[in-house]
Design a protein around this ligand. Structure first.
Ligand code: GDD
Ligand code: MN
Length: 401
C-alpha cells in the first residue's frame, strides 16, 4: 500500500477514496470508465500547480516534500515555467521523465504568474487543484488538511493563510515586505468586499470545476490570482482559510517588484470599474504622470542654463516622451519588451502616436472649454482623452500585445 499521507489521519479524504476501490481493479476501471491499463493506479485526486520563473534550485526538493506529505499516488505536480533563463523547464522535464506524477508546461514568449497558474489549472482533470509557489515558502504539510476541508466541509476554495490563527508571515518577510503585504490585504479586502484575511496569498486549493468556470473571466497578466478569483466569483463562493507559517525562500530570488505592485493596483481598479479599466492602464497612466515630473525637471534645468523657452519646452517634451517610452517598455509592457532595432522603431512610432494624441487632447479640451468655460475641467478632459488614446494605440501598434 502507499506509504505516506494515505496513512496519515489528515489525509482521510484520499484514504477513504482508496477504500472505495473494489476487489477487482479491472471491474472498477470499467465502472468508472477508467482504461484497464490505468486500473492499477489510483486516479489523480489532486493537481498541484507550481508556477516557476528561475526556480531550478528549488523544484526537486519541492517534489520530494510533496511525495513525503502526499504519498505515492493520487496526486500530480504540474510545473508551469515561463521559459526561465536558468533552465527550470529542463530540470522539470528531467523530473517528469523519471516520475509520471510530474508534468511540465513550458510557455514561450509570455510572462505572468496568474496566466501560468490558469494554464496549469486548465491542464488538470483532477477534481481538486492547488496552487503553490516553487520556492518552498508555502508549507506543503497543510495540503492534506486543505483537501479534507475542501471535500468534507462542502467548500469551493481553501486558502493557505498567514493571517488567521496558526498563520504567520514574519519568518518569510522582512519588516517592510510584511507591512506592504498587510496594507495590500487590507486594501483588497475593502475593494473585493470579502472577509478573507489573506487575499494576497499565492497558496490555495480550489474545486477544479469552479476554477474551470471562472477561468475565462480571470486576468492573465497580474500576480494576484487569488484576489482575482475572489472578486470574479463574488460572495457566493464558500471559502475557508487554513493557517500556516510563511517560510523563507529556499534558493533564487523573489520576482515581486514595482511592476507587480502596479499590476495589483490595476487589478483592484479593474474590478471596481467592472472591467472597464484594463489592468495595465494604471501602470501606463502612472508612467504618464512620471513623464510630467520629468518634463518639468528638464524644463527647469534648461531655463536655469539660460536656454530659450521654446527650445527648452521642445527639448523637455522630447525627453519626457523618451522617458515614458523607456519606462513603458520596461514595466507596463514588460512581457512584450522591445530590444535593439525594434526598440528604435518602437520609439519613433510612439513619438508619432504621442503627437497625434496631443492634437486629440487639444481638440477635446477646446470643445469642453467652449461649453464649460472652466479651464481645469477642460484641461483634464483633454489629458484623459490623450492618455486613453495613447494607451489604446500604443498597445496595438507599438507593443502589439
Ligand atoms: N510561470 C511564472 N511566470 N512563474 C512566476 C512568474 C512568472 O512570470 N513570476 C513569479 N513566478 C513564480 C515564482 O517562480 C514562484 O514560484 C512563485 O511564482 C512566487 O513568486 P515569488 O517571486 O517567490 O513571489 P514572492 O515570494 O515575492 O511573493 C509571495 O507572496 C505574495 C504575497 O505577499 C507569493 O506567494 C505571492 O503569490 C504572494 O501573493
Ligand atoms: Mn516566494
Amino acid at each position: 500500500m502507499t506509504r505516506l499521507g494515505f496513512a496519515s489521519a489528515d489525509f482521510r479524504s484520499l484514504k477513504s477514496f482508496q477504500k472505495e476501490l473494489p476487489m477487482s481493479l479491472v471491474q472498477l476501471a470499467m465502472a468508472a470508465r477508467v482504461h484497464p491499463v490505468a486500473a492499477h493506479r489510483i486516479p489523480t485526486l489532486l493537481t498541484i500547480v507550481v508556477p516557476t520563473y528561475n526556480e531550478s534550485a528549488n523544484i526537486r526538493l519541492l517534489a520530494k516534500r510533496l511525495d513525503q506529505t502526499l504519498g505515492e499516488s493520487g496526486w500530480e505536480m504540474v510545473i508551469v515555467d515561463d521559459d526561465s533563463p536558468d533552465g527550470t523547464h529542463a530540470v522539470a522535464k528531467g523530473m517528469a521523465r523519471r516520475d509520471p506524477r510530474i508534468r511540465c508546461l513550458r510557455r514561450i514568449g509570455r510572462r505572468g504568474l496568474s496566466g501560468a497558474c490558469i494554464e496549469g489549472i486548465l491542464s488538470s482533470s483532477s477534481p481538486y487543484v492547488a496552487v503553490m509557489d516553487g520556492d518552498l515558502q508555502h508549507d506543503e504539510t497543510i495540503l492534506p488538511q486543505m483537501l479534507t476541508a475542501l471535500r468534507e466541509g462542502a467548500l469551493d476554495l481553501v486558502i493557505g493563510s498567514r493571517l488567521v490563527e496558526g498563520g504567520d508571515a514574519a519568518s518569510g518577510f522582512g519588516r517592510a515586505r510584511q507591512w506592504i503585504s498587510q496594507m495590500g490585504a487590507r486594501l483588497s479586502r475593502l475593494a473585493l468586499r470579502t472577509d478573507v484575511r489573506d487575499t494576497m496569498s499565492g497558496f490555495f486549493m480550489i474545486r477544479r470545476d469552479i476554477a474551470d468556470d471562472l477561468a475565462p473571466q480571470l486576468c492573465t497578466d497580474g500576480f494576484k490570482i487569488l484576489a482575482d478569483i475572489l472578486a470574479t466569483a463574488g460572495p457566493g463562493l464558500r471559502v475557508e482559510e487554513v493557517g500556516y507559517s510563511f517560510r523563507e525562500r529556499h534558493g533564487g530570488e523573489s520576482k515581486l517588484d514595482a511592476k507587480v505592485a502596479l499590476d495589483f493596483l490595476g487589478l483592484i481598479l479593474n474590478k471596481i470599474t467592472g472591467g472597464a479599466l484594463p489592468v495595465s492602464f494604471v501602470a501606463f497612466a502612472l508612467v504618464g504622470m512620471s513623464g510630467l515630473a520629468v518634463h518639468l525637471t528638464a524644463l527647469y534645468a534648461a531655463m536655469q542654463a539660460g536656454v530659450d523657452f521654446v527650445a527648452a519646452q521642445a527639448g523637455a517634451t522630447l525627453i519626457s516622451i523618451l522617458s515614458n517610452f523607456a519606462l513603458n517598455n520596461a514595466l507596463t509592457y514588460r512581457a512584450a519588451r522591445l530590444r535593439g532595432w525594434l526598440w528604435a522603431r518602437g520609439l519613433l512610432t510612439f513619438c508619432a502616436i504621442c503627437s497625434l494624441s496631443a492634437i486629440a487632447n487639444i481638440g477635446v479640451a477646446a470643445w469642453v472649454f467652449e461649453r464649460e468655460q472652466t479651464w481645469i475641467v477642460a484641461g483634464l478632459a483633454g489629458v484623459a482623452m490623450g492618455a486613453v488614446r495613447n494607451y489604446a494605440v500604443s498597445t496595438k501598434f507599438v507593443w502589439r500585445s
